[in-house]
Design a protein around this ligand. Structure first.
Ligand code: ZN
Length: 410
């Protein structure tokens, strides 16, 4: 491509090499190319030498040293030549940016910087470059199913501590499409707008929780799509209700000095697990608890019974089961369970859409993606800004296309 390695120098202090410099010169017989149109153009002058950080060789920081030429393009005038290893004014070669960005998916950004002897800032800029390239080249075709959810991050419960995420949850492609601060109608509208009307109009399924702002926006903007309540959200609501019953019963019994309070000790996790997954000693304790006539036992049984719903194939039978279950919950005299029953009743149609979608939406997709997001936000202790974390999320979960990883200079 018109460039030649001229010489390699090692710079060292106290015997150990500090860095390697690769001096590059242009090929005499080949003209420089215009950085705008990449067509060859006559030379104009040369700029001072610059350094670019390259991929480390033998663990030693390595730089390219080169004095860029300016060329006189017939169309674009006097411009800096096209330099294949560089992108604009960035002090890091594209090869190194790609290298750091790929490692930043496996290690935290801080670790990446440490291992490759560079700065956190350099890792950040590299991931940013990689991400921007990917976003610019991303294709949004054939998106049929969206998952919309909220994620809590950081400390506290302020509006800014929530993120709205939009996933593609098709069987052929599961990825993060958009993330934004807060969880209001405005946020979701902003997200759908960013994806564009073609995406919204092409949707067949949207999967979300019973969060009012989301329900409103989805109904207004993707009315043609079948809106399905996500199964894992419903399980979460049921679990929270069981836990509320347990907590208040436990403090009530302890306050009254009852021995049966013992039965509820250390039972939080066994109660929240799926019944068939509780084994060993926890199972014995659970059985003993169920044999008691405690409110917690009744709440747990209601929760377990509810899971039968998912076995139905027919909307009609699922609806009949839902009637039966909500009626039982209503008469349970357990306020948290009654509250869930009311909520499910209010969204019955959306709940039954699960059965209308007939297995076209897989149950765990949104949950699985949420878990992956949590891994990144937890790693986010090192992210200094919200923007950095947002980039990290797209970078690890967006399945963005990647720039070519090899750059040839000769
Ligand atoms: Zn040009």
């Amino acid at each position: 491509m018109g460039f030649i390695y001229q010489e390699v120098q090692m710079h060292s202090g106290k015997g150990k090499p500090d860095n390697i410099e690769i001096r590059i010169r242009p090929h005499v017989g080949i003209r420089g190319r215009c950085s705008q149109c990449q067509r060859p153009a006559p030379g104009y002058d040369r700029l001072p030498e610059r350094l670019w950080l390259f991929v480390p060789l033998w663990g030693i920081p390595t730089y390219f040293r080169y004095a860029p030429r300016r060329v006189e393009c017939a169309e674009h005038g006097v411009v800096v030549e096209h330099i294949p290893w560089s992108d604009g004014k960035r002090p890091v070669t594209c090869a190194m940016m790609g290298f750091l960005a790929r490692w930043a998916r496996r290690l935290s950004w801080r670790e990446t910087a440490q291992v490759f002897q560079t700065s956190w800032e350099a890792v950040y800029r590299s991931v940013e470059w990689f991400f921007q390239w990917g976003l610019a080249h991303r294709e949004l075709r054939q998106i049929e199913s969206l998952g919309v959810d909220e994620i809590h991050w950081g400390h506290g419960l302020r509006a800014d501590n929530f993120l709205t995420v939009i996933y593609q949850i098709d069987a052929h492609c599961r990825r993060l499409l958009w993330v934004g601060k807060r969880r209001s109608e405005v946020t979701l509208r902003r997200g759908l707008k960013a994806l564009g009307p073609e995406v919204t109009k092409g949707l067949r399924f949207v999967c979300s929780d019973m969060w009012k702002p989301y329900l409103n926006v989805i109904a207004a903007q993707a009315g043609q799509a079948l809106h399905v309540l996500d199964r894992f959200h419903i399980t979460t609501h049921l679990n929270q209700a069981v836990d509320q019953v347990r907590r208040s019963e436990s403090s009530r019994l302890r306050a009254a000095g009852k021995a049966s309070a013992e039965r509820l000790k250390h039972m939080r996790w066994p109660l929240l697990r799926k019944g068939s997954r509780v084994r060993g000693r926890a199972r014995q304790k659970l059985n003993a608890l169920l044999a008691s006539k405690l409110a917690t036992a009744r709440a747990w049984e209601l929760k377990e019974t509810f899971s039968y719903l998912w076995h139905y194939k027919s909307v009609l039978w699922a609806g009949a089961f839902l009637d039966y279950w909500t009626e039982r919950a209503r008469r349970s005299r357990l306020e948290p369970m009654k509250k869930v029953a009311r909520m499910l009743r209010a969204h019955e149609e959306l709940l039954l859409n699960w059965f209308r979608a007939k297995g076209e939406i897989s149950a765990g997709t949104v949950e699985g993606l949420n878990n992956k997001i949590r891994v990144v936000t937890r790693r986010s202790y090192g992210f200094r800004t919200y923007e950095a974390m947002e980039i990290a999320l797209y970078h690890t979960l967006g399945r963005l296309p990647e720039p070519e990883s090899t750059h040839r200079f000769c």
